[in-house]
Design a protein around this ligand. Structure first.
Ligand SMILES: [Zn+2]
Length: 350
């Protein structure tokens, strides 16, 4: 368990007056509030915010501060921190981290050092259900998330359910960050905890890589829990290549299998493009790897109209060949040159 130097966290002297402690806390909690930081820095900011809130919780309370000053010294002499006699007002042992989480609804914003030292005090003061009182009424922060979507799924469109990381109003303090005049120990005063949310999304018709969607009300919860207005979720769609489609710049490449007889006689086949399903003419005597470029049938582009689709034909066999189809193909082999020569098969260089 790591000793927390609360004076250092708030940047105040050991004999700082209550006013100075309050001032330092105000300044630092504004600076490090997670809402003030971009998505990528948010976790680090939240950590910092938690330790600032924890330090203030202790140093703003004369009793806690006195207790901390007493036992903090022991720690500095290199001993493992142990709350001594009188350290637990209830007379019992200090709560474990798990017990603390159970009592305060989980999440665990405060350090194990704090929980060991003040767990019992907090349990007594918090008692039963937290009070639900909204202090702030403004809107929650907008959140940003990336949604990775296979190109086949994107082209098929329709509605789909996605699970995205999200933030929920803290159940212990009801989103206020404070309970009974104390900084909430579950969320460390942020008023929010991490969770996952399932979002039903209709895939937009002009879906493309990097498309930004704004989902109203699906961002961070409003301060004050259910009464605050939630922010919006900015969702960025990231298209991912799959076994059928590959994105190469503005060109969408599609692997399309055809049967040997379609390759020989030619055929009309249906192909799903970026603009719907089109009927495509496969010329007679087509070989594997043949490319057909369909102008304007690719995906929507950030600038201008849709890109192109390039169909790459490959000869394959149907999953379930009938006995008759097998016989006929074998017969074809027996009726002339039995194999295809070329490439590495010949053993010669050409
Ligand atoms: Zn809370």
């Amino acid at each position: 368990m790591e000793f927390q130097d609360y004076y250092e966290v708030l940047g105040v002297a050991r004999d700082a007056a209550p006013e100075a402690v309050k001032k330092a806390y105000r300044r630092l909690s504004l600076k490090w509030h997670p809402d003030q930081h971009k998505e990528e820095d948010r976790e680090a900011a939240e950590k910092k915010f938690h330790s600032i809130s924890e330090a203030y919780e202790v140093l703003s309370d004369p009793e806690k501060r006195a207790k901390y000053d007493r036992f903090g010294k022991d720690w500095e002499h290199g001993q493992e921190f142990q709350p001594g006699p009188g350290g637990s007002p209830g007379g019992g042992r200090p709560m474990s981290a798990e017990e603390f989480e159970q009592a305060f609804g989980g999440g665990g914003g405060f350090s194990s050092f704090f929980q060991q030292m003040f767990g019992d005090d907090m349990r007594q003061e918090f008692g039963g259900r937290p009070q639900q009182h909204a202090r702030y009424q403004h809107r929650g922060a907008d959140a940003q998330a990336e949604l990775r979507l296979g190109i086949t799924d994107a082209l098929q469109g329709g509605k789909r359910n996605f699970t995205l990381p999200a933030r929920a109003s803290c159940p212990t303090c009801g989103g206020t960050g404070f309970a009974r005049g104390h900084v909430c120990p579950s969320c460390g005063g942020v008023g929010q905890t991490a969770k996952e949310q399932t979002v039903e999304l209709k895939i937009p018709e002009k879906v493309r890589d990097g498309l930004k969607l704004r989902l109203k009300g699906l961002g961070d919860p409003g301060p004050g829990g259910a009464e605050g207005e939630p922010g919006d979720l900015h969702l960025i769609i990231r298209l991912v290549d799959d076994s059928t489609y590959t994105l190469r710049g503005s060109t969408l490449e599609a692997n399309v299998p055809i049967a040997p007889w379609e390759a020989i006689a030619g055929a009309r086949i249906d192909v799903r493009t970026g603009q719907g399903v089109v009927s495509l003419n496969v010329p007679a005597t087509t070989r594997s790897g043949k490319r057909l470029r369909l102008r304007g049938q690719g995906l929507a582009q950030a600038t201008g109209g849709p890109g192109d689709l390039e169909v790459v034909l490959g000869i394959d066999l149907p999953k379930d060949l009938t006995e008759r189809q097998r016989e006929l193909i074998q017969e074809a082999g027996a009726a002339g040159e039995p194999t295809v020569r070329g490439g590495a098969r010949t053993g010669e260089t050409s």
